[in-house]
Design a protein around this ligand. Sequence first.
Ligand SMILES: Cc1cc2nc3c(=O)[nH]c(=O)nc-3n(C[C@H](O)[C@H](O)[C@H](O)COP(=O)(O)OP(=O)(O)OC[C@H]3O[C@@H](n4cnc5c(N)ncnc54)[C@H](O)[C@@H]3O)c2cc1C
Length: 393
Amino acid sequence: MNAEKPGTQHSDLLIVGAGILGSFYAYHALQRGLSVTLVERNARPTGATTRNFGQVVPSGLDQSWQIHGRESLRIYQELQSQTELSVRQNGSIYIASDDDECTLIEELHQINRQSDYRSELLTPDQCRSKYPNLRSDYCRGGLFFPEEVSVNPRQMIHHLHDQLRTQTNFKHRFETPVHKVNPLKPDLIEVETSTGETLSANKVIVCCGSEFQTLFPNHFRKSEMKLCKLQMLRLVSQPQAVLPGNILTGLSIRRYESFSQCPSWDAIKANESKETFAHQWGLHILFKQELDGSIILGDSHDYTSSDQPTGLGFDIRSDVNEAILKEAKRIMDLPSWDIETTWYGIYSQTSHPSGIHLETIFPNVHITTGIGGKGMTSSAGFTRNHLTKLYND
Ligand SMILES: Cc1cc2nc3c(=O)[nH]c(=O)nc-3n(C[C@H](O)[C@H](O)[C@H](O)COP(=O)(O)OP(=O)(O)OC[C@H]3O[C@@H](n4cnc5c(N)ncnc54)[C@H](O)[C@@H]3O)c2cc1C
């Protein structure tokens, strides 16, 4: 029996942070019949979950995370069949621009056959008939993943919250920063908020994205965590362009973890120049067109370690944006390259081989963060799987 304080709002599970990780923990916990409170600092989340491309691309992940990514595809589709979440199944394509990249897509295609993940090798002509704006002097072939989906990153999480709000066991506190987590007993945790309200739960999961230094600064400093800042652009609406689904290009083939399983990977990477601007700023080019015709274009990667969290600065560098545009123009012929807006996002990424930072601070107080650049792709599946471990099923 828990001795909850009278007047304190109590739930089975309290989650701090309503980004994609926190929100999918909430979703699956409700499916398990638990009562859930989701606490979010802002009126609406504005972290990495709303600043990304919305590409759901298990094809880019290593084998262990691809399992979570594929499970996430099923969960997104299931949710979309119940409510409008902005999920669209238009597949993903990786466009190769030279012999090395062609070798890597052919090798990944073979690996996918063994792991029973559907992919199709496309000739340059087939690529151009699917994506007419693709430049023929760039495209040497493509690898297409028909099952993959995309979401609208500025809408999806809010739609998911609307879905959660329809459930009786769900409570939420938005515009409510958590400033302290107090374990009173092993299964009674008190959470203090800056609004003066105290909440309690049998279990707490902290999903604060890149900000867990606020609640647990010492743990954050000692973690194997990096922070990564990414620059992004959106091009003005251009309904004349046809860029369905997730479009990933040559530098992504040379970056994404799935390709590191390919037999030729080491030799190809050993031959790459490390001195280029693109390498220095971690550039690769992704395109994602929204329903209104605008195109999300990016990105760059600038890292700092968790003991220097202010190391990233707050500038948006125009030389980086210009380099993104220059490389993008080598790939596509678009009616307009006018920029509607630019922004940056920050995610936390663990260096731990597990690919995620999981830490139990006290019994029943768990941190989950550091999922890096794969959160939109894998959180839905990962959180379902992790809850079964946390509840010892
Ligand atoms: C530019 C960019 C592009 C990306 N593109 C893709 C992509 O196309 N596909 C893909 O799979 N992944 C992509 N990612 C990665 C993905 O966005 C992240 O992995 C994911 O959003 C991380 O989710 P999160 O829930 O851990 O963190 P966040 O989204 O940062 O959420 C954390 C939440 O916690 C809240 N919070 C923090 N502290 C407190 C507190 N004390 N009290 C209450 N609330 C608190 C914050 O306000 C925030 O809403 C991209 C990331 C970026 C930045």
